[in-house]
Design a binder for this molecule. Structure first.
Ligand code: MRU
Length: 345
């Protein structure tokens, strides 16, 4: 039985989330009843990972709905739209955020009374969280078949339980394979500069008793040559209708090395991470974050004062490098231009 702490929870008008900036040193929670504070938690990456960001965005709207004190449906709906606009400004790449906000707003628009609208917003947000957990479990059951006893699996960033409602996406097949009694080891790329791999993936896999080894991001080439890697599984922030994948920095180099060394390269993602409105790599924004996040780590400057840095938070992997997408609806194989729209529509 997997027993990981819940990434984010709704408790009658209060949202409680693990502050992931403090892991693995401390397991501390942020609690708030204020939608603005929750939006700030997304922006500052106290909570991160595409599906978790989607749930947090939906909960921001739910907080607004719960604490709304006015008495007009119209005024409530226009307030909700304003909250949605602000929440959408927090992080631009994970499509789950926009998808979740749209789902909640659409539900509110169908209401004929203020009470129905407020209740609908909260219900829809909770449904998004529940469906995410169910989709990830399914991804785990489907993806576990790809893992053989004795395998070495490589992953980047944290597409784990911490990045979702539960189970994770890339980690879900690992948790289910472990439940089924398979033994395997995982190499977690550390994922500079926020260190999602070293801090978060290593932490949660260790909690689950899975053998995990951390490697620096720049070691993928030699790892593929010397460590007999059987499988790569990563997550996604956005998958286009043609199969381009935006995911954490380092995913594209890992996919290239995997192709050269014949390592199957899978992307595990729920259908909420697919964007049928985007086709190619230029159709949406790739987040650029503050260069200081590269230059200063845990308060310590690691480069000369005045040095410049550049920080794209995600890269783009072309579809031809991807073996398949592990989704809750099954594994999708090429030609992705056909299999993705067919699975989603
Ligand atoms: O910047 P982050 O930590 O939000 O980026 C997270 C990732 O890139 C994950 O791989 C992705 O969101 C999938 S999470 C299941």
């Amino acid at each position: 039985m997997l027993r990981l702490p819940r990434t984010i929870e709704w408790r009658d008008g209060v949202v409680r989330l693990i502050n992931q900036k403090e892991l693995p040193d401390k397991l501390v929670y942020t609690e708030t009843h204020d939608w603005r504070r929750l939006a700030k938690a997304i922006k500052d990456m106290e909570i991160r990972g595409a599906p978790a960001i989607g749930v947090a965005a939906a909960f921001s709207l739910a907080l607004f709905a719960w604490h709304y004190t006015g008495d007009s449906l119209e005024e409530f709906l226009s307030g909700l739209e304003r909250v949605a606009e602000e929440v959408k400004q927090t992080r631009p790449t994970a499509v789950n955020l926009f998808w979740a906000v749209e789902r909640v707003i659409s539900r509110a628009r169908t209401a004929t009374s203020l009470e129905e609208a407020r209740k609908g917003v909260i219900e829809e947000a909770l449904r998004i969280q529940k469906e995410d957990e169910e989709a990830n479990r399914k991804i785990g059951e489907i993806g576990a078949d790809l893992i053989d006893d004795g395998d070495t699996i490589i992953t980047v960033c944290n597409a784990g339980s911490l990045a979702t409602s539960y189970w994770g996406t890339a980690t879900a097949p690992m948790y289910v394979a472990k439940e089924r009694g398979k033994n395997f080891r995982v190499i977690a790329l550390e994922t500079r500069p926020y260190l999602q791999g070293a801090r978060l993936t290593a932490w949660e896999l260790m909690q689950a008793g899975i053998d995990v080894t951390i490697a620096t991001d720049n070691s993928v080439g030699i790892l593929a040559m010397r460590e007999r890697i059987d499988l790569a599984i990563v997550g996604a922030d956005r998958v286009t209708r043609k199969g381009w994948v935006a995911n954490k920095l380092g995913t594209y180099p890992l996919a290239l090395v995997s192709r050269v060394h014949n390592i199957p390269f899978y992307v595990a993602a729920p259908t909420s991470s697919f964007d049928l409105n985007a086709e190619g790599p230029g159709d949406f924004e790739i987040e650029k974050r503050d260069p200081n996040e590269v230059l200063i780590i845990k308060g310590i400057r690691i480069a000369p004062e005045g040095a410049k840095a550049i920080y794209y938070a995600f890269d783009l992997t072309p579809p031809q490098l991807i073996t398949g997408f592990i989704t809750e609806k099954g594994v999708l194989y090429p030609p992705f231009g056909k299999t993705i729209p067919r699975a989603l529509l």
